[in-house]
Design a binder for this molecule. Structure first.
Ligand SMILES: *Cc1c(COP(=O)(O)O)cnc(C)c1O
Length: 460
C-alpha cells in the first residue's frame, strides 16, 4: 500500500513514512492510493473477533511494511490500556445505540488513535535509530491523549502547551500529573490560539525543526484516522444483521472522526448515511445543508473540543468528492485563503447530501438533551455526545439502527453535565486517583522566543 497527497505533489510513500511525515510535504494530507475493500462474507466472519483482532484485520490492509507479528503486538499493546474488556462497547439506551469511545487513559475517543500512534512512533524510531520531538497545542483533549500515548516511550519527547486556566480542571490534571521525563507541560499565559501560533512559528523555523526533529500529533496523521475506522466496524458488528445498513451520528470538529466513518463505508461497511453533528461552530452543517462553506468566528460552547472553524480533515473528503482531482483540491484551498469561502457545483453538493446529513445543536438544546436523557434512562451523556444524540433525534427516521458516537466520558465535562442534570457527576477511578498527585508544569508567557529557549534547555 502506497500513500499519496491530496495535493498530488509527492511521490508515493509507504505506511511507515506516511506516519512519520504527518502533513504531506506539499501541504496536503496523505491518503492511501486506493481504499482496500472487504465483502459481506468477510464482515460476517468477523463477528466473534475481539476488538484487537478486528483492529488487526482492518489495519493490516493498509500496512505492508511492518511484519504481521509486530503489528499485532503494537495493536494488542495499544488496546490493553483500555479499562473496558470490549475497548469500545456499545450500549443501547432509549432506542439509540451509544458507542462508548471513552474507556481509554484520558476518557475521550482520541485515546483510541493516540495509544496506537504512540506505539507506532516508538517502533519506527527504534528501527531507524531516530528521535522525535512532538510539539503540540491543546485546549484539553488532544494534549492529554497525546501525553498518555507517548509517556515513557523511547526516542520521543513531547512538549504540550495549554492556555493557563482555560482547560477543565480534569483535563489539566490529566496532563500535569504525568511526571515521565519525556513529558513537558507548558501553561501559556494566553489563549489556545496563542499556543497554536507558537507551534506554527516553531514548525516554520526550519533549522529549529530539523535540529530537534519536530513532529506533530494532530488529527492530520493518517494513522489516527486508520485506528478510528476500526470502531465503526466493531459497532456495526454489534448492532446490525447481515448487510443491514446503519446510520452513524458523529459529533464533529476537525472532521477526523467522521472521515474515519467515511473510510469504513468505502471499505464496504453497510452504512445508510453519516450524520454530521455540530455545535454553534457550524460551518460544516451550513455547507451540507446550504452549500455555504465560509469561515466564521470561533464561538465558545459547552462542547469545547468541537470549537473549530477550519476542519483540517475535510480536505481528505474533498479529494474523493472531486474524484481524485488533486489540482482542484489545491485550487479550492487557494480560493478559501483568498475569499474565505469555497464554491461547489450542484452535482457535487448532491453527492455530499447522499453521503451526509447534518444538524447544528446549540447550548440550550445540548443541556436539555443531557437532562432529558438522564431523566428517561439514568444514563449520563457528555456535552459532545449529546450534540450527536440530539441531531439523531431530529434527523433519523424509520427502522435503520442508529449508532451515536460517545466521544467523551461525562465526568470529563462535569460542569456542563451538572448544570444539565442538577447533580454532580460521579468521578471514575482514573480521575479520582489524580487529585492530590504531584504535578509538573512550566508557566511561560505567550512568547515564542521563551518557549523556544525552554525547549532548547530541556533537550540539551
Ligand atoms: C476531538 C473531539 C471531538 C471532535 O472530533 P473530530 O475528529 O475533531 O471531529 C468530539 N468530541 C470530543 C470529546 C473530542 O475530544
Amino acid at each position: 500500500m502506497r500513500y499519496i497527497s491530496t495535493r498530488g505533489g509527492i511521490a508515493p510513500i509507504r505506511f511507515k513514512d506516511a506516519v512519520m511525515m504527518g502533513l504531506a510535504d506539499d501541504g496536503g494530507l496523505l491518503l492511501p492510493e486506493s481504499i482496500p475493500t472487504f465483502s459481506d462474507t468477510d464482515l460476517e466472519s468477523w463477528r466473534g473477533l475481539s476488538y484487537s483482532q478486528l483492529a488487526f484485520e482492518i489495519i493490516s490492509r493498509y500496512v505492508d511494511d511492518i511484519p504481521a507479528a509486530d503489528l499485532r503486538r503494537l495493536i494488542d499493546r495499544s488496546y490493553a490500556t483500555f479499562s473496558h474488556p470490549e475497548v469500545t462497547p456499545v450500549v443501547r439506551q432509549d432506542g439509540v445505540h451509544i458507542l462508548e469511545l471513552f474507556h481509554g487513559a484520558t476518557l475521550a475517543f482520541k485515546d483510541v488513535a493516540l495509544q496506537f500512534l504512540g506505539n507506532l512512533f516508538e517502533y519506527i524510531l527504534a528501527e531507524r535509530n531516530e528521535r522525535l520531538t512532538i510539539v503540540a497545542a491543546t485546549s484539553g483533549d488532544t494534549g492529554s491523549a497525546a501525553i498518555h500515548g507517548v509517556r515513557g516511550k523511547q526516542g520521543i519527547s513531547i512538549f504540550v502547551m495549554h492556555p493557563e486556566g482555560k482547560t477543565s480542571p480534569v483535563q489539566a490534571m490529566q496532563m500535569t500529573t504525568v511526571l515521565d521525563e519525556n513529558v513537558h507541560n507548558i501553561a501559556i499565559e494566553g489563549t489556545f490560539d496563542d499556543c497554536q501560533g507558537i507551534v506554527k512559528a516553531l514548525m516554520n523555523d526550519l533549522p529549529f525543526k530539523q535540529r530537534h526533529r519536530l513532529g506533530a500529533v494532530n488529527s492530520i496523521n493518517w494513522a489516527r484516522v486508520l485506528a478510528q475506522v476500526v470502531y465503526y466496524v466493531y459497532a456495526w458488528l454489534k448492532v446490525a444483521g447481515p448487510a443491514q445498513k446503519v446510520l452513524f451520528s458523529v459529533p464533529t470538529g476537525n472532521f477526523g472522526d467522521i472521515f474515519a466513518g467515511y473510510v469504513a463505508w468505502q471499505m464496504g461497511l453497510p452504512v445508510q448515511q453519516l450524520l454530521l453533528a455540530t455545535n454553534e461552530n457550524n460551518i460544516l452543517t451550513r455547507f451540507i445543508n446550504k452549500g455555504d462553506y465560509s469561515i466564521g468566528q470561533v464561538v465558545q460552547t459547552v462542547s469545547p473540543s468541537m470549537d473549530i472553524q477550519v476542519a483540517s480533515n475535510f480536505e481528505r473528503y474533498l479529494y474523493y468528492l472531486f474524484n481524485g482531482d488533486t489540482v482542484r483540491v489545491g485550487a479550492v484551498f487557494e480560493q478559501l485563503k483568498k475569499e474565505g469561502r469555497i464554491h461547489f457545483a450542484d452535482d457535487e453538493l448532491a453527492r455530499v447530501r447522499r453521503d451526509f446529513c447534518s444538524a447544528s445543536v446549540n447550548r440550550v438544546q445540548t443541556l436539555a438533551t443531557i437532562g432529558n436523557f438522564y431523566k428517561e434512562t439514568g444514563y449520563l451523556l457528555d456535552p459532545h455526545t449529546a450534540v450527536g444524540v440530539k441531531a439523531a433525534r431530529d434527523l433519523a427516521a424509520g427502522s435503520t439502527p442508529v449508532v451515536c458516537l460517545a466521544t467523551a466520558h461525562p465526568a470529563k465535562f462535569g460542569e456542563a453535565v451538572q448544570e444539565a442534570t442538577g447533580q454532580a457527576v460521579p468521578l471514575p477511578p482514573v480521575i479520582q486517583r489524580l487529585s492530590g498527585l504531584p504535578t509538573r508544569c512550566a508557566l511561560l508567557p505567550a512568547d515564542q522566543q521563551q518557549v523556544r529557549a525552554f525547549i532548547e534547555q530541556r533537550m540539551a
